[in-house]
Ligand binder design. Structure first.
Ligand SMILES: Cc1cc2nc3c(=O)[nH]c(=O)nc-3n(C[C@H](O)[C@H](O)[C@H](O)COP(=O)(O)OP(=O)(O)OC[C@H]3O[C@@H](n4cnc5c(N)ncnc54)[C@H](O)[C@@H]3O)c2cc1C
Length: 475
């Protein structure tokens, strides 16, 4: 954190001014920026990497999840649904399809590159000013208020000011730099991973193996056919064990997740992992360890997995896959009990429905997931840092316990908390003195109209785009 005093030492000759500044262009940040801009705010979206799309796109995630609860009620609409609709028009997703292993009723496979492009078009349509390769490196504060952010740009350091800020950086970078307290209740964080994408997979042979070895898949896992657009396989413990015994795989795993696009010969594998202490500087060391695991998995796939002989590494995540890091202490905190009891809140601004999905680096299994019977509400207070007056948090860094985070971190839910934060930020920019003083019923009304709230019990959420507003400008 820098104070107003020492900030004078930084060259701020070309400051940017906006109504709303969003940090981080992942699922939450894209939804927040689109929503803020569509609500009339001049919006700047600041992203450290060279892409929009965040972890969902550039960790090559197999699918976005959390749009429906386990019974099939849609709980996430709004910007998230509009992204799925847009991507579907271009063939980058089949839309919401049945989740045969039953985390919730549906999963939503996405092609990672097409997803990023679809999100970029939505940002352009909304008139968001997007700054890429511009990490937030410092916050200028005045007591509980954030006055501005310093960002590193390819042209040097610049300053961005606004009356309100949204932290959608996943790691709570903005809020932490501004002095917000983070939860310190974690005995160990979830492990980090690098997902990899294979090309050249012979799905006829792979799926024949899966069909002939149901005991090597999770119970209930439908195998699918080589003509399917997408398949979803959990298991291969026997082949992994053989790879470990033969010295091909150093890491011992008893299960992997393979998300396949059979007609394209492509498969995304989620199997690598290292313990993750959660500190930014450890990322490079974790990446190096994971890179070796990636190469070993590719070699194992070619040598031991039916249909894998011609497979090649077509893509690897461009960033460390962090499931959990800093979570900001908010006016409310989402807990395990909130999630499993399906708790309702009068000041709800988003709805979650994904199980508590916690991976453990110390065991060779894939995960521990507590299924939940219904959806649950995410109160506005989870998005409001306790220590800051004019900032919101969205996505996986919202105020939550380790276990609450195991559910709220899922991308469908991140779209929803992002959109709620974006609309709230536009309202604050329009006149509220502090985020905490916001008229929550008014916010909820706007979120209902945008299809973010109000879709339980089988109601389909609306996903209509609000009218276009002017773009943010540089001053
Ligand atoms: C290995 C793995 C597998 C997963 N599998 C699934 C799955 O199958 N389905 C699912 O729905 N979810 C899955 N998740 C969870 C989900 O991907 C994340 O929780 C979710 O994407 C987080 O979204 P977000 O918008 O909060 O953050 P992110 O998508 O991580 O976006 C944060 C953005 O902020 C940027 N940023 C960071 N620091 C700064 C800074 N200083 N300045 C500016 N920008 C910054 C980052 O570059 C990034 O683009 C998985 C996660 C991991 C790691």
């Amino acid at each position: 954190m820098t104070t107003g005093e020492d900030h004078r030492m930084i060259d701020l000759t070309s400051a940017l001014d906006a109504d709303v500044v969003v940090a981080g262009a992942g699922s939450a940040g894209v939804a927040a920026a689109v929503a803020a801009a569509e609500s009339g705010a001049r919006t700047v979206l600041v992203e450290a990497s060279g892409h929009v799309g965040g972890t969902l796109a550039w960790q090559l995630l197999e699918h976005s999840a959390g749009f429906h609860d386990v019974r099939g009620n849609q709980v996430v609409g709004g910007v998230g649904q509009r992204i799925v609709d847009r991507l579907r028009q271009y063939g980058g997703t089949p839309g919401h399809i049945a989740d045969d292993v039953g985390y919730t009723a549906t999963r939503t496979p996405v092609n990672h590159a097409e997803l990023a492009m679809a999100e970029a078009t939505l940002l352009a349509d909304a008139g968001v000013q997007v700054l890429l390769n511009c990490p937030v490196v410092a916050a200028v504060t005045d007591g509980r208020r954030v006055r501005g952010l310093d960002i590193e740009t390819p042209d040097g350091r610049r300053h961005v000011t606004a009356p309100v800020f949204v932290d959608a950086s996943g790691d709570a970078v903005l809020a932490t730099l501004a002095g917000a307290t983070v939860h310190d209740d974690v005995p160990h964080r979830q492990p980090a991973s690098l997902l990899l994408k294979l090309g050249g997979v012979d799905f006829a042979a792979l799926l024949a193996y899966a069909a002939d070895h149901p005991d090597d898949l999770r119970p209930g896992n439908a195998v699918g056919s080589p003509d399917d657009e997408c398949v979803n396989l959990w298991g291969f413990g026997r082949l992994l064990d053989a790879g470990h015994r033969q010295g091909l795989l150093e890491l011992r795993r008893t299960e992997l997740h393979l998300a396949g696009w059979p007609r394209r010969g492509e498969a995304v594998l989620n199997v690598t992992r290292v313990p993750w202490p959660g500190a930014g500087l450890d990322g490079g060391a974790a990446y190096l360890r994971l890179s070796k695991q990636v190469l070993e998995v590719v070699r194992w796939f070619r040598q031991l997995v039916p249909g894998g002989r011609e497979a090649y590494l077509s893509a690897v995540a461009d960033r460390l896959g962090v499931r959990e890091s800093r979570r900001v202490v908010g006016l409310a905190t989402l807990t395990r009990d909130d999630v499993v009891s399906g708790r309702r809140h009068p000041d709800s601004v988003a709805t979650g429905a994904f199980p508590i999905d916690i991976h453990d680096a110390s065991t060779p299994g894939l995960e521990h997931a507590d299924t939940i019977a219904s959806s649950y509400d995410i109160p506005f207070g989870c998005l409001v840092p306790r220590d800051l007056d004019n900032a919101l948090v969205a996505g996986r860094c919202v105020s939550s316990t380790h276990e609450g985070n195991g559910s709220v971190r899922i991308t469908g839910t991140c779209f929803a908390t992002g959109e709620a934060a974006g609309v709230a930020a536009a309202l604050v920019a329009d006149g509220a003195t502090t985020v905490a003083a916001l008229d929550v019923p008014r916010l909820q009304d706007l979120l209902r109209r945008r299809g973010v709230l109000g879709a339980r019990d089988g109601v389909t959420l609306q996903a209509a785009a609000p009218p276009r507003r002017p773009a943010a400008s540089s001053a």
